[in-house]
Design a protein around this ligand. Structure first.
Ligand code: ADP
Ligand code: MG
Length: 343
């Protein structure tokens, strides 16, 4: 009892904490309702259509650095990270709610730019802002976005459907946003950065939610599990393992790393395996695919999007065992993916 009283959230970690309280709220949910545990909640809607709901919180100093990010990028990114969760289920985003707590000294011109950034992405993705809330913040900006979307029920992709033998793939390059963040934290002025460095910073500030990719993959029955890469594949694969009751082998030499990241990595001495596997905020999709159908799917993906669908690993039957290999040899990574309470 004594121990329990003194336990802190740091000891449990973000995901241990969610697991601890969520069991109570998952009991006796009505039929057709999916609660806590996936990228979105799923609710019955019109006929075979399902309603998707997701929400994310962005806090100055935790999710963004208010004095560094431009308001235009912050407006864009606040919406983008939420749209990514709709993409992860294979859905179409429709409506948004935006709640903000704003420090009183914030300039109106800054807020106008924030909304311009939001609108840039909202217009492109057909998302309408329907409501929200505005309050004063004693310190630092706090942004909460909720998105509602829709999907055909039989097309939905969950974290819980991976099976041993499945190929694990990603829809984009890994580690670029982390590379960008490392450069931002070094305080190098833009003019002293090479083109590659500026590219990585842009990838950090302007993630593209993979909505078209998600909808395309949702229509392919051989795609079993899917989620978006928000905390880094190391952390995100653990979510798939837990929900699907399986393990994963990751083949490090197969992780898609861009030339821009490789160049900056060499210049600044980064461990690229670590950046690609443990770096968060890439917001591409992570999926598992029935192995024998993977080559045909990758080809179809290439024809549709003009880029490969890199295989990075394989699902195993070893429950909750995430193992890394390089050219067949086991490797231990020094850093794992992002958890808000474990650093
Ligand atoms: P994501 O990164 O896709 O937003 P997470 O892995 O962070 O999802 O969250 C896992 C699940 O836990 C999600 O279904 C999310 O809605 C749920 N969740 C996280 N925090 C809370 C909370 N405070 N109350 C209820 N559900 C939560
Ligand atoms: Mg997600």
């Amino acid at each position: 009892m004594e121990n329990k009283k003194r336990m802190r959230i740091e000891d449990l970690g973000e995901f241990g904490f969610i697991a601890r309280f969520s069991a109570n709220f998952l009991k006796k949910l009505p039929a057709g309702v999916l609660g806590i545990g996936d990228d979105c909640a799923v609710l019955p809607w019109k006929g075979s259509k399902k309603l998707l709901v997701t929400t994310d919180l962005l806090i100055d100093g935790v999710h963004f650095l208010g004095e560094k990010i431009s308001p235009l990028d912050l407006g864009y990114k606040s919406l983008a990270v939420n749209l990514s969760d709709i993409a992860a289920m294979g859905g179409r985003p429709r409506w948004a709610f935006l709640s903000i707590a704003i420090p009183p000294e914030t300039e109106i011109a800054w807020l106008d730019e924030f909304f311009r950034g939001w609108r840039q992405l909202a217009a492109r993705t057909g998302v309408r802002l329907l409501g929200g809330d505005t309050t004063k913040s004693p310190k630092g900006l706090v942004i909460n976005v909720a998105i509602l979307g829709e999907a055909e029920g039989r097309h939905l992709k969950y974290r819980s459907s991976a099976r041993p033998g499945d190929i694990v793939a990603v829809t984009g390059k890994l580690g670029e946003a982390e590379g960008g963040l490392r450069l931002i934290l070094r305080n190098i002025s833009n003019k002293n950065l090479r083109l590659e460095g500026r590219y990585l910073i842009r990838r950090h500030y302007r993630p593209r939610p993979h909505l078209e990719e998600g909808q395309f993959l949702a229509g392919q029955p051989e795609v079993r599990a899917m989620m978006d890469v928000s905390d880094g594949i190391d952390s995100d694969l653990r979510r798939i393992m837990e929900r699907s009751g399986c393990g994963v082998r990751v083949f490090l030499e197969q992780l898609p790393v861009s030339n821009q990241l490789r160049k900056c990595g060499h210049e600044f001495g980064w461990d690229l395996d670590e950046v690609a596997a443990a770096g968060g905020e890439d917001y591409c999709l992570l999926l598992t695919v029935e192995a024998r159908k993977f080559p045909a799917l990758a080809e179809k993906f290439y024809r549709r999007f003009g880029r490969p669908l890199p295989a990075i690993g394989q699902i195993t039957g070893e429950k909750n065992q995430l193992r890394y290999f390089r050219n067949g040899q086991p490797v231990v990574l020094s850093k794992s993916g992002y958890d808000h309470f474990k650093l």
